[in-house]
Design a protein around this ligand. Structure first.
Ligand code: PPS
Length: 300
């Protein structure tokens, strides 16, 4: 099977090498003007990369229309993209799905800015479930039940969603990390773009913000071959079996999970997220009283 573990986290040889992960963790130097787009997979990575690309271009869509997303915002843990990251001129836009413990140690003494995007883990799981069916070299996700158990136990690529989120949330007091959710982007993309600009110290006028919002819409990204995954060759990804720009909605988990599966997920969520001092939009809408504890620290 094309998988290996690095420090207890599952990776796929399709994209990652042990020596690259070690280099990124220990030797990769973040620069003070780097902007890093950090997510657990299927949480809105490409969407945020598009938003950040457009902000850096002051709303001008030429860059996103002409340069593949992974060249604009390369994933540092993927060997050939790491090379792009090293070669791109500053200010660099970088992406990663790495958990905090594997993130470059140089972050601790740098002013690089991290935008950490989270998404309802039920939707993350459902999006992953569909997406993994497209990868020719990877194990089929199996039944929903089987995949959910792998997801809840963290036996999936990039490890446990819960550990990923908890590891990054522990860093929330740092001034150079900004937390935002996929749900917030959906609810108010314009307001989200304004908040991100503020965090990055970028002044965009209202016309430029309007252009960011317009060009980062689901439909625009779906039609943009630089951002919609269609450039990934058939030998790697079977585009007839899975679509990268699939639905782009919140709450699609309700269409896949049975009531029993959703309750199993809720119980695991409660157990794993106990003590996390931050509340998330999906905790207010699951409808189970145990998910609706009063907010201790809300970032929205
Ligand atoms: S990856 O492969 O881990 O980098 O995937 P990632 O980009 O994190 O997440 C893919 C999901 O994000 C949806 N998406 C969007 N939703 C709304 N608006 C825009 N512009 C957008 N762009 C990407 C994409 O459709 C995947 O979600 P699902 O639920 O599968 O549709």
């Amino acid at each position: 099977m094309p998988y290996f573990k690095y420090k207890g986290i599952l990776f796929t040889t399709e994209f990652c090498l042990e020596e690259t992960l070690s280099y990124v963790e220990n030797d990769f130097q973040l620069l003070d003007d780097d902007i890093v787009n950090v997510t657990y997979p299927k949480s809105g990575t490409h969407w945020m990369a598009e938003v950040l690309s457009l902000i850096l271009s002051h709303g001008d869509p030429s860059w996103v229309q002409n340069v593949p997303l992974w060249e604009r915002a390369p994933w540092i843990e993927i060997a050939d993209q790491l090379q792009m990251a090293l070669e791109n001129p500053p200010p660099r836009l970088l992406s990663t799905h790495l958990p905090f413990q594997l993130f470059p140690k140089s972050f601790l003494h740098s002013k690089a800015k991290v935008v950490y995007t989270l998404r309802n883990p039920r939707d993350v799981m459902v999006s992953s479930y569909h997406f993994f069916k497209g990868f020719k070299e990877l194990k089929d996700p199996g039944t929903v039940e089987e995949f959910m158990e792998s997801f809840l136990s963290g036996e999936v690529v990039y490890g446990s969603w819960f550990d990923h989120v908890k590891g990054w949330v522990e860093m929330k007091e740092r001034a150079n990390i900004f937390f935002i959710t996929y749900e917030e982007l959906q609810q108010d993309l314009r307001g989200s773009v304004q908040k991100i600009c503020h965090f990055l110290g970028k002044e965009l006028n209202s016309q430029q913000i309007e252009s960011v919002v317009e060009n980062a819409s689901f439909q625009k990204m779906k039609d943009n071959k630089m951002s919609n995954f269609s450039l990934i060759p058939e030998s790697v990804f079977d585009h007839t079996k899975a679509k990268f720009m699939r639905k782009g909605i919140s709450g699609d988990w309700k269409n896949l999970l049975t009531v029993a599966q959703s309750e199993r997920f809720d119980d695991a969520y409660q157990e794993s997220m106990r003590g996390v001092n931050m509340t998330f939009p999906w905790e207010r809408i699951t409808g189970r009283s145990s998910c609706c504890s009063p907010p201790s620290h809300s970032y929205v």
